[in-house]
Design a protein around this ligand. Structure first.
Ligand code: FES
Length: 576
């Protein structure tokens, strides 16, 4: 089996053996019809596929994988597709985020345990991107990302209708009595009319942009619509490229350096990206050994403008972004402002600047010039204060500017059930100056850190025309959502953070320019309330129990404590 002209491949520890084990490794694979010469030491490429009909955003991935395989074959590799846990954001209960780390373990062990030399990560729906990136990072083989692409623009009665963002807006209109249920149901078919992931700049699109700005995917990966023929072309080129990456031994750790994360954070500001990217990139950095802190988001990105006019911050959608030139244009703008780590290496072997320096913009309404931004300061602001000693985040570009400095009376919900019980109650003592506080929706509290931070407003205020209020929680928020919403408060209520101690009627002051969020009670009162606080009962068994026992707080990416870092690609050999 040995061919001395070829370098030893990792997969040859399985297929290059001349003994009984080699027979076993090869023979069972041959039941799929693979001829003997495929085991001769050519790069074996694992195609890590999150296809699932229960993950509608990734339901086209078997077809897409075939295009990857074409490229792998063309370049002289041997593609082998394998499934991993697929997290469908809209279907999975209690929240897909509860399973991000579980899926990452599936990815990590599936890669490490199998005869694979390089990996293509097929990612789309929100959590399928970070879970695959995190798991692969802990193995650190040559790896390339391929996103499934966004859906085509939703359209309803002549208007653009964006994933998620349109739901939040229309559901408030139904509650306010300005939209009928019939219209609401009709809009369901109009919003999602093609294969692909959410086409707003929600979490899926933001994470696809993160993958590209990190240098982990070929240029153009983030924005090509799922059904555009160029998505298939990109898949084929991705398949070709991973074979060469194996030959070059271009591993994730050579790409995911600190400068890559700096580029990603700045990109997230410039695109008006999701707050969820904060948590996912912190977790990914932890896996690959890059020292990234919550404050880095503020230091590196909060003063940058948003130049991409996409919902939820703006009006357009991912299809428009693609036609305008896509992410390479944004990266070029960053580079021209001295805000891009130009030498950061990418999967194609070129620097990020080499990839984007010639990028052209074809629609300046969608990708604005740097000096005519959509929002002047758009990145993630990190807040501190006695209500969030370990930090909280807010996306100022999605907030009401007048509310970024606000003092109001707390209306407190102990958990999401308590919120649902009270929010529609006409006698709820609340007005538009109040601050809605939601507890026990953090990593441990929910558990899984649900996307409920953008709490719906009380109907009686909606009827008055109120469309935004200050809201504070330890939850996350859908990347498609908007509002003056303080998220990821750490430590969370279920971990005994000060959020747990807020009571109805307390005064809270938010000062985003000063980066503070303050509960206006004395230290003595805080201590007295803390002494009386009782931790919630943890889940009794199963994954939820393991998760609650080990999950880190949001400011550390909500990874499990024992998953931080990696174990590399070495694996003990079994014997048949
Ligand atoms: Fe899958 Fe939005 S629900 S990307």
């Amino acid at each position: 089996m040995k061919d001395d002209k070829k370098p030893a491949r990792r997969s040859q520890a399985w297929f290059g053996r001349d003994d009984r084990d080699g027979f076993v490794y090869r023979s069972w694979m041959k039941n799929q019809g693979h001829p003997h010469d495929l085991f001769d030491g050519r790069p074996i490429i694992g195609i890590c596929n999150t296809w699932s009909e229960l993950t509608p955003c990734n339901a086209h991935f078997r077809e897409l994988a075939d295009w990857v395989k074409r490229g792998v074959w063309e370049a002289g590799g041997f593609p082998l597709e394998f499934p991993v846990m697929s997290l469908g954001e809209t279907q999975l209960r209690p929240t897909a985020m509860l399973f991000r780390n579980l899926a990452s373990m599936d990815v990590e062990e599936s890669i490490r345990g199998n005869p694979i030399d390089g990996v293509v990560l097929m990612m789309g729906c929100d959590k399928t991107t970070p879970s695959l990136m995190m798991g692969a990072a802990s193995v650190d083989l040559p790896t390339i990302g391929l996103s499934g692409g966004p859906m085509l623009t939703g359209r309803f009665r002549g208007q653009k209708l964006g994933s998620g963002t349109g739901v939040w807006r229309m559901s408030e209109e139904v509650r306010a009595g300005t939209m009928t249920m019939e219209e609401f149901v009709e809009a369901e078919s109009c919003m999602h009319r093609s294969k692909g992931h959410c086409m707003t700049m929600g979490t899926a699109s933001s994470m696809a942009c993160m993958v590209e700005s990190l240098g982990m995917a070929l240029p153009g990966n983030a924005a090509i619509p799922a059904v555009d023929a160029r998505r298939f072309t990109l898949a084929q080129l991705t398949g070709r490229r991973i074979v060469d990456m194996v030959r070059e031994d271009l591993r994730m750790s050579r790409i995911l350096r600190r400068e890559a994360f700096v580029n990603a954070i700045r990109t997230n500001a410039a695109i008006g990206g999701s707050t969820n990217a904060v948590i996912h990139l912190l977790a990914l950095a932890g896996r690959i050994g890059v020292d990234l802190k919550l404050e880095d988001w503020d230091k590196l990105g909060s003063h940058l403008p948003c130049i991409v006019d996409l919902q939820p911050s703006g009006e357009s959608l991912m299809e428009d972004f693609f036609y305008a030139g896509g992410l390479p244009v944004v990266l070029r703008e960053l580079g021209e402002q001295g805000l891009l780590e130009r030498d950061a290496l990418t999967v194609n072997g070129h620097s990020v600047w080499d990839n984007v320096r010639e990028a052209q913009c074809y629609d300046r309404e969608v990708i604005r010039p740097w000096n005519q931004p959509l929002r002047a300061e758009a990145g993630i602001a990190v807040l501190r204060g006695n209500l969030a000693p370990d930090g909280a985040v807010i996306k100022p570009s999605a907030a009401t500017p007048e509310l970024l400095r606000h003092r109001g009376r707390a209306v407190v919900f102990e958990n999401i059930e308590h919120f649902h019980e009270r929010i529609n109650d006409e006698v709820l003592d609340v007005d538009e100056t109040c601050v809605l506080v939601l507890k026990n929706c953090g990593p441990r509290g929910y558990p899984g850190m649900a996307e409920v931070g953008n709490m719906p407003l009380p109907p009686k205020l909606l009827r008055k025309g109120v469309r935004d209020m200050v809201r504070i929680s330890d939850a996350r928020m859908s990347g498609t959502a908007y509002g003056t919403v303080v998220l990821h408060t750490a430590p969370e209520a279920a971990a005994g953070g000060p959020l747990a101690l807020v009571r109805d009627g307390d005064m809270i002051s938010l000062d985003v320019p000063a980066r503070s969020v303050t509960l206006e009670i004395s230290d003595e009162e805080m201590a007295a309330r803390r002494a009386a606080w009782q931790p919630p009962t943890p889940p009794r068994r199963g994954w939820a129990r393991l998760y609650v026992d080990h999950v880190l707080q949001a400011n550390r990416g909500a990874d499990l404590d024992f998953l931080v870092g990696g174990s590399g690609s070495e694996v003990a050999r079994d014997s048949h």
